[in-house]
Ligand binder design. Structure first.
Ligand SMILES: [Zn+2]
Length: 336
């Protein structure tokens, strides 16, 4: 029903692609991150919450939005979108033809983050899953606890007369952090890329007040407050305005101490918008699927483990990057 070819995940029956990485006629898009929502398709179909996001990122595109669980047919193949809990508007894509059901997860996480509509398991025969963090070493701490640690870190830095600079992707992580920051500690300042994306999302979710850092922003007014910045701002000229500051990153990769040290970041908080090991296994079980296809992450190790558990599991090559390469490739140095 779905095949992996050089352009993406293809449904030949409907002549439509799912999250293609090369330009195609018709694409169903799981969410707004750059490795899933690419430029150049003639027609985009995605969840209504993702429409303003991809318009902001891709400009003037032809896009139609659908609701959760709203099924639409293309050449007799039935499609519907279901919450993936990864970021605002992120969907799993369900495909049904003659009683056979496949589900593509895109990126997903099982914990309710208070911003995205929470993940919902969908029954299927074949489950196409990411496994960005498909190793037993990845075990997430509940968000409440992580956010308490982050807020305590901020308070401590403020007491020390320093500014807190917290790195997170401009779409997804930044808003999740913002939503749960304790603004009784101080004000939240933002990098332009984060401010612009948050503005787009304010029509859908309520967030605390933020102040964009511009050339006019004075160093003294930022001091002791929180600055949200994309990972690419680390080591840039832009960040000099924050002196004296301390840096932190919020990512699943902070599980490994080496990841923080390599990036020369002062503090690491383990907070991911993907499933951990247990989350992946539980999700797969809940779908009642027989077949699993792993698309990105620790695909070989994870699919081997699934085969040992009795699943018909395999890996397919895709160009999705999960959380790894986004950190390196996110190119958002606009400082306005
Ligand atoms: Zn993503």
């Amino acid at each position: 029903m779905l095949a992996f070819n050089e352009k993406g995940i293809y449904c030949a029956l409907a002549d439509v692609y799912i999250d293609p990485w090369k330009p195609v006629k018709k694409a169903i898009i799981s969410h707004g991150h750059a490795d899933h929502a690419r430029w150049g398709h003639q027609q985009y179909i995605t969840h209504i919450s993702n429409v303003p996001i991809i318009k902001h990122r891709l400009g003037d595109i032809e896009v139609s939005g659908v609701e959760w669980n709203e099924s639409f047919s293309i050449r007799g193949v039935k499609f519907s979108l279901h919450p993936a809990g990864h970021i605002i508007g992120s969907s799993q894509i369900r495909v049904e033809y003659k009683g056979e059901v496949w589900v593509f997860t895109g990126d997903y996480k099982t914990e309710d983050d208070g911003v995205a509509v929470p993940y919902e398991p969908v029954k299927c025969h074949t489950f196409i899953t990411e496994c960005t963090f498909g190793l037993p070493a990845f075990k997430w701490t509940p968000q409440d606890q992580v956010m308490e640690d982050i807020n305590n870190w901020w308070q401590q830095n403020r007491d020390d007369g320093k500014t807190s600079v917290l790195f997170g992707y401009s779409l997804g992580k930044a808003q999740r952090l913002l939503k749960h920051l304790d603004t009784s500690i101080g004000k939240v300042y933002t990098h332009g890329a984060i401010e612009n994306m948050t503005d787009v999302l304010r029509t859908q979710v309520e967030f605390p007040e933020t102040t964009r850092i511009t050339r006019e922003t004075r160093k003294e007014e930022i001091k002791g407050n929180m600055v949200l910045a994309p990972p690419s701002a680390h080591g840039s000229n832009w960040i000099r305005k924050m002196v004296p500051y301390v840096t932190a990153s919020a990512s699943g990769w902070m599980t490994f101490r080496g990841a923080r040290r390599r990036r020369a970041i002062d503090k690491g908080f383990v907070l991911s918008d993907h499933c951990d090991w247990q989350g992946l296994l539980e999700s797969i079980k809940e779908t009642d699927c027989e077949k699993v296809i792993c698309t990105h992450g620790y695909t070989d190790i994870f699919s081997r483990f699934l085969r040992e558990q009795g699943y018909d599991a395999r890996t397919e090559q895709t160009q999705y990057e999960g959380e790894t390469a986004q950190l390196e490739s996110e190119n958002e140095r606009e400082s306005a």
